[in-house]
Ligand binder design. Sequence first.
Ligand code: PLP
Length: 268
Amino acid sequence: MHDTVIPFDDRGFAYGDGLFETVLVRDGEPLLWEAHMERLARGCVRLGFVGPERAMLDTLPAQAGQGLHVLKLVVTRGRGGRGYLPPADPQPSLRWQFSAFAPHQERWREGIRVRLCRLRLAIQPCLAGLKHLNRLENVLARQEWNDPDIAEGLLCDSAGRLVEATCMNLFWQRDGRWETPRLDACGVAGTLRAALLAERPIAEVAMDTDELAGVDALWLGNSVQGVWPVARLDDAEGNTVARWPITAIHRPLQNAGHALLGYPGLAD
Ligand SMILES: Cc1ncc(COP(=O)(O)O)c(C=O)c1O
């Protein structure tokens, strides 16, 4: 990390006025870098400040050295302003950190157990899709369970539509088609999701939670962990509402995601 001291009046610290990215880096080479840079740039435009220079950002991944790392970038609008009113000429701050990383390979193979969260995501189209620093909904949702056997929690919005998991996007197969929730009301538009949408026929749809148990296959994915097939779904009370044997049906979408991240494909 290049600077550990965060000024008290940094607007990211005070208001969550900023954005972040977590990037998988293999031997100094970032994966899905363009997609991460695009989402960051989109976020800066939406929040209304000029972010760090692209040329500077491009120098960071190579600092990771050999092996697998996660590069976390945090960009804030910087210091000052009058209350919520930002300064006219903000000086954005950039901080970053590398952490050594090893993916959960057993989750790739055997699948995971997930539960539905009680928390409902607020509908806010202005911020939908962005990876902004206001993540209190995710923090609250992640506190809903402590059981290490449950890998993730699924979130729906206040209208009851499925959105994502606490830190991953959702995909399923239904009637032979791949689908993922539309993210125009809330949620984070993942870079892995964007890359999969760009190269595979995946429809963005609205789906209510109660339809989920009827899908043929369900996956969660992000740009760091890869793609986890879901083997078991519990409701918010802990009752199991669906189970899916992990079979050949799970591998094509998973392997497409893994090819984008340089992770190995899985055989049936
Ligand atoms: C809430 C949320 N949704 C989705 C994602 C997936 O994003 P990406 O594919 O860019 O890692 C993340 C990533 O951390 C996330 O925090």
